[in-house]
Design a protein around this ligand. Structure first.
Ligand code: NAD
Ligand code: UD1
Length: 337
């Protein structure tokens, strides 16, 4: 298939492009480099030995999207482009709603105009809101997010679902990611946070490399075995493969399809710290601090539907997640700079 990847130089987009190329798909990608670097494109070429067609384009500028759709016969779009920092979204809600919602509306209106009606969308487990039932499955109600970023994911799910209600020729796949971590095993691409990381594993690896003094563990009084928060961490390469499975399964089908992409296993903050120490031999200094506002105790996926309908089962465990994260961090102590 000819697949357009929005946000293609970002963390998950770049890993997905590698898997698309490995699986014989033709890739066209765009990004505005708001949160990524052009160097990613060289790294993808080094890993795969293959070329992609790339456009520097902003999804807020419809004319730039028009150029891409005029110049290419696109079969499907995998839509990663968006802003994703929870804290920043609370400080800059207008930026987040404008970029994520208006950007998506521009993209789908240009797709519709060009009769491209197959979209795979990067959603998040955040849409389940503050649930206390685990594992979460796809039939559980979409809740309320605790921040504008999460609200944009919920709104985008509704907008995309309405496309199919209005026109039964659409194929909409909503992929609800749990916690993507790790990096490509080559160490050539990985997550490159621009500021102090918000998420756990890039924070741990920056402590290990000496960029940060210690990890703050946000609370050890949760109702979990060791008191720290439990999440479903999924290796980014498994997540990328999940997109290929979802895309392949979408061929010839019409409708709205929703899948959790996780491993179905939960690990606590301290278990992740210890797994990272085991994988790297480096001691991670940490301090227990107050809970972070908006955090829940425990969240992991019910993975049965993804297994049954698209044949997706994550293969990589936390040892590989930590090993590959560290390999990337060591080879690129300052990211793509
Ligand atoms: P990322 O920031 O690394 O990648 C997103 C890319 O989109 C960036 O390269 C950015 O420059 C680009 N972008 C942003 N606004 C754009 C615009 N207006 N026009 C063109 N490009 C634009 O993030 P990621 O971790 O790769 O996440 C990809 C998607 O998955 C996002 O939609 C994110 O919300 C979603 N998601 C991520 C996680 C996670 O933990 N990483 C979890 C759940 C969902
Ligand atoms: C967070 C976001 C979620 C987003 C997801 C993307 C919040 C409240 N939620 O989810 O909306 O979709 O990232 O991956 O921000 N932790 C620490 N110290 C740290 C960082 C994290 O102890 O420095 C703990 C957290 O309390 C949590 C676990 O580690 O228990 C995982 O945190 P994180 O990586 O931020 O992911 P989520 O909170 O699951």
């Amino acid at each position: 298939m000819k697949v357009l990847v929005s946000g293609g130089t970002g963390y998950i987009g770049s890993h997905t492009i590698v898997e698309l190329l490995n699986n014989g798909h033709e890739v066209i990608a765009f990004d505005n480099f708001y949160n990524s670097k052009p160097e990613v494109l060289n790294r993808i070429k080094t890993i795969t030995g293959k070329d992609i067609k790339f456009y520097k384009a902003d999804m807020l500028k419809k004319d730039e999207l028009e150029v891409i759709f005029n110049e290419n016969e696109i079969d499907a779009v995998i839509h990663f482009a968006g802003l994703k920092a929870v804290g920043e979204s609370c400080r800059k809600p207008i930026l987040y709603y404008t970029n994520n919602i208006c950007g998506t509306l521009n993209l789908i209106s240009v797709m519709d105009k060009h009769n491209v009606r197959n979209i795979v969308f990067s959603s998040s487990a955040t849409v389940y809101g503050e649930t206390d039932t685990v594992p979460v499955d796809e039939t559980m109600p979409v809740g309320h997010a605790t921040n504008p970023y999460g609200e944009t994911k919920i709104m985008q799910e509704f907008i995309l679902s309405d496309l199919y209600k209005a026109n039964n020729n659409w194929t909409v796949t909503l992929l609800r990611y749990f916690n993507p971590v790790g990096a490509h095993e080559s160490g050539l691409i990985g997550e490159d946070p621009q500021n102090v990381p918000n998420n756990l594993t890039p924070y741990i690896s920056q402590v290990a490399i000496g960029r940060l003094p210690h990890l703050n563990v946000f609370g050890n009084d949760y109702p979990t075995p060791d008191g720290t928060g439990v999440r479903d961490y999924i290796h980014v390469v498994d997540l990328a493969i999940g997109h290929i499975k979802a895309l392949d399964a979408s061929c010839g089908k019409k409708g709205v399809f929703i899948y959790n992409l996780g491993t179905g296993k939960g690990y606590s903050v301290l278990e992740m710290v210890h797994a990272f120490e085991k994988a790297t031999g480096i001691k991670i200094n940490y301090k227990i601090t107050d809970r972070r506002a908006g955090d829940i105790a425990i969240l992991y996926a019910d993975t049965e539907k993804a297994k049954r309908e698209i044949g997706f089962v994550a293969q990589r465990g936390i040892d590989e997640m930590c090993r590959d994260l560290w390999n990337w961090q060591k080879k690129n102590p300052h990211g793509f700079e």
